[in-house]
Design a binder for this molecule. Structure first.
Ligand SMILES: [Zn+2]
Length: 331
């Protein structure tokens, strides 16, 4: 298992120095909520934990490394379990293998019932037990209420960490039962160095970190999903020329996200602020503020239908043509 990024290690030390049987880690996506949650449960269950957290060498650390720790219950939507390499229970796995259904995007009530039963059992290794919930906002009301009862009266030796990328969506009663921790933003230099340690070239890391708005985990995900840094840099020009071919493989939601970022930077430039997601040199200058504001409203409206577009090809064309109009409307 790779060592956590320095800003995650720092937050882990800080949280481990405090008592608490239920933590809620909150902040926007890409700041390492899952990594921090995992660092906490590893340290809680470790047989020889130090100030830095888990030792990384004991049988407990090893069991978490190979994702089979009897005292750790990981509660995630199945799609996220699969993405992060956690095994599903036998029944769910066979239902998916037989294509009876698709991997769930929510935390299933069945998984929650198993977790509650797990919380009642005695610890197998004698270091207590841990439940990791991620992303915690993917619980529906029924699932969240089931968890709430256990959070209110936790069996003695179980600790919880809920990691969320949208904590405002959680039941207030869940939030109030946890100690909250707001994820820290890493310094740009530390994030850049970490991305290079993960194997990205310096120039690519810089572009992707910008594209991700400074969130290193998101930047790494962009790299893993094949997002080309040169392509990102060229995006403003391609959109100004109305080139649909430049984004033909994108999902509408992905394009809307990118155009929102472009529109944000252009509006920032109008206000004399530095761009955040793109290099200033790549941005068209002297555009009409009115056209940009209209465009920004169009994007907000489009994002409401992007999850279920009627026809994604047509939606991409429409998005590009609106982008082209805004990017060619001079002040
Ligand atoms: Zn250990």
């Amino acid at each position: 298992m790779s060592t956590p990024a320095p800003w995650i290690a720092q937050q882990s030390r800080q949280l481990l120095a405090q008592r608490g049987h239920a933590w809620l880690l909150q902040g926007p996506s890409g700041l390492g909520q899952y990594e921090l949650a995992l660092a906490l449960v590893r340290a809680w269950l470790c047989e020889a934990p130090g100030e830095e957290g888990a030792c990384g060498l004991c049988p407990s650390c090893h069991a978490i490394g190979v994702r089979t720790h009897a005292d750790l219950c990981v509660l995630m939507p199945e799609a996220v379990m699969l993405e992060l390499g956690w095994p599903l229970d036998e029944k769910s796995q066979s239902e998916l293998d037989e294509k009876k259904r698709k991997p769930s995007k929510e935390i299933r009530i069945e998984a929650m019932r198993d977790a509650i039963e797990f919380a009642q059992r005695t610890s197998a290794r004698g270091r207590g037990k841990a439940v990791l919930v991620f992303p915690a906002e993917r619980m529906n009301n029924v699932t969240a209420n089931a968890l709430l009862k256990t959070l209110e009266e936790p069996p003695g030796d179980v600790r919880f960490v809920l990691a969320s990328e949208a904590a405002h969506l959680l039941l207030p009663t869940i939030r109030s039962r946890c100690l909250g921790h707001t994820m820290l933003w890493p310094e740009a230099a530390a994030a850049q160095a970490w991305l290079q340690d993960q194997g990205l070239a310096a120039a690519d890391a810089a572009v992707l970190l910008r594209a991700a708005g400074g969130r290193p985990e998101d930047a790494l995900r962009f790299a893993a999903s094949g997002r080309d840094p040169a392509h990102w840099r060229a995006l403003p020009r391609a959109m100004a020329r109305g080139e649909v071919s430049a984004v033909k493989d994108w999902a509408p939601a992905q394009l809307i996200d990118a155009l929102h970022k472009l529109c944000h930077d252009l509006l920032a430039a109008q206000a004399g602020a530095a761009p955040r997601f793109f290099d200033a040199a790549e941005l068209p200058a002297a555009l009409s503020s009115t056209a940009l504001i209209v465009w920004s409203k169009e994007l907000a409206a489009a994002s409401r239908t992007a999850e279920h577009p009627f026809n994604s090809g047509l939606m991409l064309e429409d998005l590009v043509s609106r982008a082209r109009a805004a990017l060619n409307c001079k002040a």
